[in-house]
Design a protein around this ligand. Sequence first.
Ligand code: HEC
Length: 156
Amino acid sequence: MKRIHACCLLALAVALLAACAQEPPPQEGPPYRLLTDLHQTMEWVLEPAAEVIWDSAGFIITADGEEDLSPDSEAAWERVTWAAATLGESGNLLMLPGRAAGDDWVEYAQGLVSAAEGALQAARARDAQALFDAGGHIYQVCRACHNQYWPEARDD
Ligand code: HEC
């Protein structure tokens, strides 16, 4: 009885060792893989999403008079909803490890999440004035981070 026990233990130990040898080294965190560098994230994710929001708020003066840019259909409000969600989540992308360029970076990224949340709520409530206000907040966050971390943008 005692001998079978030892034998079983040995078999178990061998099996465990074999399993260990085949296991890849443990991953640290989820295996995400960044597809775009910061430049491209700005140009292809943040900017297009923000443009949808800015182009859907306020008024412009045209030859024919004042034009209200507010979404005028369910489809238009839906597009703003998607853009606000994309923009908010892109704030989270800016917080991925390795992206922060300094101490205040995460604060700006959080500011972007909050400002986009405002746009998302406005879009879901179909509230044109709140969307306009959120668009302003978003613009301020973009500018604030650029002022600090993108020196070439200071003059624009
Ligand atoms: C947390 C900081 C941060 C926030 C927030 C941020 N940006 Fe940027 N952005 C940068 C930095 C840094 C660069 C310069 C990147 C580079 O080109 O190396 C940049 C560059 C850009 C560029 C130029 C990309 C290019 O072609 O060189 C665009 C466009 C841009 N940002 C749009 C936006 C918009 C729109 C927002 C707000 C919705 C925003 N960014 C918010 C940090 C930020």
